[in-house]
Design a protein around this ligand. Structure first.
Ligand code: ACO
Length: 355
């Protein structure tokens, strides 16, 4: 079962969730993809309506959580606050100790629904503004941008946000999903498993790379400077953030979609600047590493998504937390699978040599 949650062909650049190619899935609402991951099949119209209604009904976070957000340190990345608040709100979940499939499903809905609200409330409070309550008439993506800005996004922005959540939702046994599964394998509760995932996603070799890409685009500052920037980094044997992948030895299929979306946003906003910096960076990395050195180092999921966040006016500090908004459905799908196995994950130390 676990192997079917997603499928990666790292040589051909193919990614499927539950046997459906991501290029098809990006045409669906995030709620439908979340349902697919967790329930194992696409929802019918009524099932999707019910699932969306449950998610939309659970978006609000309690006053206690808002009070704790007000006490957070806003000078650092939002992931510190997110993992703290997810852990904090678990104490108020009436199903916290109900490990039945029904209890776990209720927790899953609350986690998927509330994480965007936590991230948006953090952003508003960090910027001296009051949190914007969720709008149940809006999709997952549109509502998130609305809670951040206090105004409704354009149709294109809402669509891009939905697609970002979908493309970030699942990726087999990546580091954060593995962490979540290990926690679930002890039959610990779903909040604990999601907090484990958050802690692991944060690292710059994993989800943290997206914020680093945004910083890199700012540092490069013009398309003409991209080549010099890349050459200097490579000469110092430093990695270029947003490139390379343990599994993909070709272009990351999510990166292909993100590249198209970032171009679309750039054109719609009449500002090609960041897109052109990114393209010039990509050209140099491919010339230097793929063509000259034969290393399969292509843009990964974090590269053009970082460019998209610049066009959506999202600060780097939120980038990894937004990745988590999408990924939580994948973590939960894996945890449910692990709960069914009722078997602890306990590798031997020598296996670390393989990593
Ligand atoms: N820039 C320059 N060189 C690179 C890069 C890069 N981004 N990635 C790999 N390489 C080179 C390495 O220097 C190494 O070269 P060498 O054999 O001459 O020493 C070779 O390619 C293999 O690199 P590893 O780090 O051993 O590859 P690994 O599979 O362990 O790492 C990883 C994959 C962590 C993603 C790596 O490519 C990297 O650090 N990329 C930058 C960070 C990043 O974008 N992370 C996000 C990944 S996607 C995700 O987790 C959501």
């Amino acid at each position: 079962m676990s192997k079917n949650i997603s499928f990666i062909d790292g040589l051909e650049g193919i990614l499927k969730y539950r046997e459906i190619d991501i290029n098809q899935l990006v045409e669906l609402p995030y709620d439908a993809v979340s349902y697919l991951l967790i329930m194992g099949e696409l929802p019918g119209d009524q099932e999707l309506a019910d699932y969306s209604a449950r998610l939309r009904g659970e978006r609000e976070i309690n006053r206690e959580a808002i009070d704790v957000i007000r006490m957070c340190n806003f000078n650092i990345d939002s992931m510190e606050a997110l993992r703290t608040i997810v852990s904090f709100i678990s104490q108020f979940d009436p199903d916290i100790n109900d490990n039945s499939p029904e209890g776990n499903m209720r927790k899953a809905i609350r986690l998927i629904a509330k994480i965007p609200t936590i991230v948006a409330a953090y952003h508003r409070i960090a910027n001296g503004k009051e949190p914007v309550p969720p709008d149940p008439s809006l999709s997952h993506g549109a509502n998130f941008l609305y809670m951040i800005r206090g105004s409704k996004p354009s149709d294109l922005e809402a669509e891009v946000m939905e697609k970002d959540f979908i493309l970030s939702a699942e990726h087999e046994l990546n580091a954060s999903t593995f962490s979540s599964r290990v926690t679930a394998s002890t039959l610990s509760d779903l909040y604990s498993a999601v907090v484990s995932g958050l802690c692991t996603l944060k690292g710059p070799l994993h989800g943290g790379a997206r914020a680093e890409v945004m910083a890199m685009i700012d540092e490069i500052s013009s398309p003409e400077d991209a080549e010099k920037y890349v050459l200097e980094k490579l000469a110092k044997k430093e990695k270029i953030m947003g490139f390379g992948h343990r599994v993909y030895k070709t272009y990351d299929p999510r990166g292909v979609v993100f590249k198209q979306l970032s171009r679309q946003l750039a054109e719609a906003k009449g500002n090609m600047y960041w897109y052109e910096i990114a393209e010039a960076t990509e050209r140099t990395v491919i010339r230097e590493l793929v063509e000259k050195k034969g290393k399969p180092i292509y843009p990964n999921v974090d590269f053009y998504s970082g460019v998209i966040y610049k066009y959506l006016d999202i600060p780097p500090k939120l980038a990894t937390s937004i990745f988590a908004i999408g990924r939580v459905s994948g973590w939960i799908a894996h945890c449910f699978d692990q709960y069914e196995k009722k078997k602890i994950i306990r590798p031997r130390a020598f296996m670390l040599d393989e990593c």
